[in-house]
Design a protein around this ligand. Structure first.
Ligand code: AP5
Length: 218
């Protein structure tokens, strides 16, 4: 099964993706995480992506599609895959369809998370991430036991550079201009799109997320 998780910055895609991936034993493909790893490793892609990410702009489609295709090449053909934060433009979505078709697969389920902008802005201002193990916390809703320290691995937590108020405002504009058109794209796609209200407790969102995927897959 191939699942696409859509939604604005801070809506909780990463938080929910990790839970579903644990349940299904699926491959989690987060283009944001892949790009941040490329930046940490100082690869050419990481250097090219840096300016776009820090400004809250999208990294060009050709770079993203090559990144995803390279990653998919290392994934077993029968393994479930969950895309988180990809595709983000209609060209990326068409590119994904083509890449999947060439390996005899297709998008089976699309889930859109929705929440008001005030919720997204508060979540992003409180987000703290562990660069070592990837755990995500929130100073308002799910703080670590000891301030600034990862509960899981003891790493030092960081506030992402693109979570400043100015960059968050730009990311929300970019979402509306370039990613929200995917809602119509997938509404007309063979894979049905389900909407989940994400401004609720994590476990309630997850219950609806899982049931949307199960319904679409059946
Ligand atoms: P990316 O890393 O994908 O960022 P994003 O889509 O903006 O999403 P976020 O990671 O900010 O939020 P999320 O929805 O995953 O929320 P989370 O679960 O962390 O992309 C970053 C950049 O990379 C882009 O701006 C772009 O430059 C580039 N990029 C990436 N993919 C690209 C692509 N395909 N094409 C082009 N460029 C690309 O939750 C947020 C916070 O809220 C956390 O603190 C969490 O603990 C908390 N929280 C979550 N759920 C709840 C809840 N139910 N209740 C209370 N708190 C909650």
């Amino acid at each position: 099964m191939v699942i696409v998780l859509l939604g604005p910055p801070g809506v909780g895609k990463g938080t929910q993706a990790v839970r579903l991936v644990d349940d299904l034993g699926a491959e989690h493909v987060s283009t944001g995480d892949l790009l941040r790893a490329a930046r940490r490793e100082g690869t050419e892609l990481g250097q090219l992506a840096q300016g776009y990410m820090d400004r809250g702009e999208l990294v060009p489609d050709d770079l993203i599609l090559n990144l995803v295709k390279d990653h998919l090449a290392g994934v077993d053909a029968d393994r479930d895959v969950l895309f988180d934060g990809f595709p983000r433009t209609t060209d990326q979505a068409a590119g994904l369809d083509g890449a999947l078709e060439s390996i005899g697969r297709r998008v089976d389920a699309v889930v859109l998370f929705e929440a008001p902008d005030e919720t997204l802005i508060q979540r992003l201002s409180g987000r703290r991430s562990c660069p070592d193990c990837g755990a995500v916390y929130n100073t308002f809703f799910s703080p670590p036991a000891s301030e600034g320290v990862c509960d899981r691995c003891g790493g030092s937590l960081v506030h992402r550079k693109d979570d400043t108020p100015e960059t968050v405002a730009r990311r929300l504009e970019v979402y509306l201009d370039q990613t929200a058109p995917l809602i119509d794209f997938y509404d007309e796609h063979e894979a049905p799109l389900s909407r989940v209200r994400a401004d609720r407790p994590v476990e309630d969102v997850f219950t609806d997320f899982r049931s949307a995927v199960e319904t679409q897959a059946s």
